[in-house]
Design a binder for this molecule. Structure first.
Ligand code: ATP
Length: 202
């Protein structure tokens, strides 16, 4: 049996940089996208051991009436409490990684994308053969996220400050899409990279 491992391209970028818009374009070309954000929600859905552990450790006030995790309350807590942030990451990161590996193994497309806002900040990058960074000026990140989420500029700036900055991300990139044009320009950049990725995964 061949031990050729399928190519995994990690895709990352700051909040509102256009990761989802880019992965939608890859998905339209038939490429499987494993989404670390979705996985991180999945491992704490009601009934999971991780959610039980969170409620036991932090209290039932972190559960909503319907049994789901109160993500907003938890996000606020870990912003002001680094020890809890560490505890939570130690609980969740291995579970998230395990589930990502399983989804990558099930992919049938010629190569697979692993989309993660924290690809470079966590060990998720070790699952990738190559890193694609979606880059956008911070003013555009802010403008697009405010239009999308109705969040305040302060909230978005706090999230940006908790992530790698533009230069730290670019330093780790094998490929870069500068997403400062319209969606057609983004899609055309995706099509060009798609050809490269098909080449290297043969
Ligand atoms: P997050 O990390 O918050 O999930 P993201 O990197 O996935 O963000 P997107 O949701 O893809 O970012 O993009 C943010 C917003 O900007 C969306 O509403 C998206 O449709 C819009 N957008 C992204 N790229 C472009 C573009 N080139 N032209 C116009 N709008 C864009």
């Amino acid at each position: 049996m061949s031990d050729h491992r399928p190519t995994v391209v990690g895709i990352t970028g700051g909040i509102g940089s256009g990761k989802t818009a880019a992965t939608d374009a890859f998905a339209a070309l038939g490429i499987t996208v494993v989404d670390a954000d979705l996985v991180s929600r999945d491992v704490v859905r009601p009934g999971t051991p991780a959610l039980t552990e969170i409620a036991r450790h932090l209290g039932k006030e972190f559960l909503l009436a319907d049994g789901n995790l109160d993500r907003r309350a938890l996000r606020e807590l870990i912003f002001r409490d680094p020890a809890t942030k560490k505890w939570l990451e130690a609980l969740l990161h291995p579970l998230i990684r395990q589930e990502i590996i399983m989804q990558l193994q099930h992919s049938k497309s010629p190569y697979t994308l692993l989309s993660s806002p924290l690809l470079l900040e966590t060990d998720q990058q070790t699952l990738c053969n190559r890193v694609l960074v979606i880059d956008a000026p911070e003013s555009l990140q802010l403008e697009r996220t405010m239009a999308r989420d109705n969040s305040s500029a302060d909230t978005i700036k706090a999230i940006m400050a908790s992530q790698f900055n533009r230069q730290q991300r670019l330093d780790k990139a094998d490929d870069i899409i500068v997403n400062d044009g319209d969606l057609t320009a983004l899609q055309s950049a995706v099509q060009t990279l798609h050809k490269t990725y098909l080449e290297i995964s043969r």
